[in-house]
Design a protein around this ligand. Structure first.
Ligand SMILES: Nc1ncnc2c1ncn2[C@@H]1O[C@H](COP(=O)(O)OP(=O)(O)OP(=O)(O)O)[C@@H](O)[C@H]1O
Ligand SMILES: [Mg+2]
Length: 246
C-alpha cells in the first residue's frame, strides 16, 4: 500500500481550479521530486497533503488513513512540512525557541527538548543562529531554521517546498546531504533541477494543475522534449554537457 495516495483530486481557490484530477502514489521511503513551472500547483498539492488546504474533492490517504476533518490531527503528527514562504513558518522570537516550540507539545522533559534541539542545530551546522531573532535573520538563515524546526519533530515523512532557495553554495550542499541522509519518505517541490537529479529517485511533472509526466529522475529530467513541453529546461549540469557536445 502506498504511503501517500490520491485519486481524482481537485482543488480550487476562490478564483479558480488549480488542482485538476490528480492521481498519485508515493511509496514509503521514496524520495520524490515535484517539478513544474511557477503556478503549476506544487505548493497547493503539498498543502492539501498536509491538511492546510481543505475543501478538496476526490480522495487522499496518508499511511492508510483517509485525510479528513477527523483524521487530520493524527496525520499531521506523521508529516513535516517546510513552507516555501519561511515567514509563514517562523513565529517565535529566537531561532532556538522556534525549534523547541513544536517539541513542547510532546511529553518530553526540558532536558530532552534541549538535547533534541541542540542535536538538530549541530547537524545542520547552524549553532551560531540559536540566539538570533527570527525576524532579523536572512532568507537563507530562515530557511535553515525552518528546516531545523521540522526535522526536530522527527516526522516519518517530510514535504519540502523549495528547500534550497536562497542558500549559499555551501549551505545548499550541506542541506542536500542532510536531505539525502534522512531515511524517511521525502517529497520535494523544487526548481533546483540539479538537486532533483542528484537526490530524487522519481520525479513528477505538474503543468497547470495536472500531472503531465512522471518517472525515474534521470529519464524525465534529461529528456529535453518533456522538460520544454512543460515550460521547464534541462538541469544546468545537463545543459553544460549539451554545450560541450556542440
Ligand atoms: N492562497 C491562494 N489564493 C488564491 N490563489 C492561490 C493561492 N495560492 C496559490 N494560488 C494560485 O494557485 C496556483 C498554483 O499556485 P502554487 O503556489 O500551488 O504554485 P507552485 O507550483 O507552487 O508555484 P511556484 O513555483 O511559483 O512556487 C497559482 O495560479 C496561484 O496564483
Ligand atoms: Mg510553490
Amino acid at each position: 500500500m502506498a504511503y501517500i495516495s490520491c485519486e481524482n483530486l481537485c482543488f480550487s481557490y476562490d478564483d479558480g481550479q488549480v488542482i485538476n484530477n490528480i492521481a498519485l502514489n508515493i511509496e514509503k521511503g521514496e524520495c520524490v521530486g515535484i517539478l513544474g513551472a511557477n503556478g503549476a500547483g506544487k505548493s497547493t498539492l503539498m498543502q492539501i497533503f498536509t491538511g492546510l488546504n481543505r475543501g478538496f474533492s476526490g480522495s487522499v490517504s496518508i499511511d492508510g488513513t483517509a485525510l479528513g476533518r477527523k483524521s487530520i490531527k493524527e496525520i499531521r503528527k506523521k508529516l513535516g512540512y517546510v513552507f516555501q514562504d519561511f515567514d509563514a513558518q517562523l513565529f517565535m522570537p529566537t531561532a532556538y525557541e522556534d525549534v523547541c516550540f513544536g517539541l513542547e507539545s510532546m511529553s518530553l522533559t526540558a532536558d530532552e527538548i534541549h538535547a533534541r534541539a541542540d542535536r538538530i542545530f549541530g547537524a545542520l551546522g547552524i549553532d551560531k543562529l540559536k540566539n538570533k531573532y527570527t525576524h532579523r535573520m536572512s532568507g537563507g538563515e530562515k530557511k535553515l531554521v525552518s528546516l531545523a524546526g521540522v526535522l526536530v519533530m522527527e516526522p516519518e515523512c517530510i514535504l519540502l517546498d523549495e528547500p534550497t532557495v536562497g542558500l549559499d553554495p555551501k549551505n545548499r550542499a550541506n542541506i542536500i546531504n542532510i536531505i539525502r541522509s534522512l531515511d524517511i519518505t521525502k517529497i520535494i517541490a523544487t526548481h533546483d533541477l540539479d538537486m532533483a537529479l542528484e537526490i530524487c529517485e522519481r520525479v513528477i511533472i505538474m503543468n497547470k494543475g495536472t500531472i503531465t509526466a512522471q518517472g525515474r529522475a534521470q529519464d524525465i529530467l534529461l529528456d529535453r522534449e518533456i522538460m520544454e513541453k512543460n515550460d521547464l529546461a534541462l538541469p544546468i549540469c545537463a545543459q553544460n554537457m549539451a554545450d560541450l557536445k556542440k
